[in-house]
Write a protein of this length. Structure first.
Length: 101
């Protein structure tokens, strides 16, 4: 897999193509969104505060590790940038993938 690509069950997409095919979705107040609120068509778009690197994270591994009741804001500081290693000030958005992919 090349840098900037993510793997899905049957396909590999470049990050830019994937971001073009999704929309930010508001599931409620930011502080109240739990991992269990996310559906299979959701992804987390995480942006590094320091170097502006963007990554897409599927909720499935987070659900397996932290459980359905875990609030996303409570694990936000665990998100470390894969480019520069920064953990502080990183932001996230819940996005909905286009179902036609």
């Amino acid at each position: 897999m090349a840098p900037g690509e993510i793997r899905t069950p049957n396909r590999t997409f470049r990050l830019q193509e994937r971001e073009a095919a999704m929309q930010e979705e508001i599931l409620g107040p930011r502080y109240d969104v739990r991992l269990g609120d996310l559906q299979p068509w959701h992804v987390l778009r995480i942006k590094c505060f320091q170097c502006r690197y963007r990554a897409l994270v599927s909720p499935a591994p987070l659900l397996a590790r932290f459980g359905r009741l875990q609030k996303i804001v409570d694990i936000e500081e665990r998100f470390a940038c894969t480019e520069c290693g920064n953990r502080g000030g990183n932001s996230f958005a819940v996005c909905r993938l286009d179902r036609n992919l």
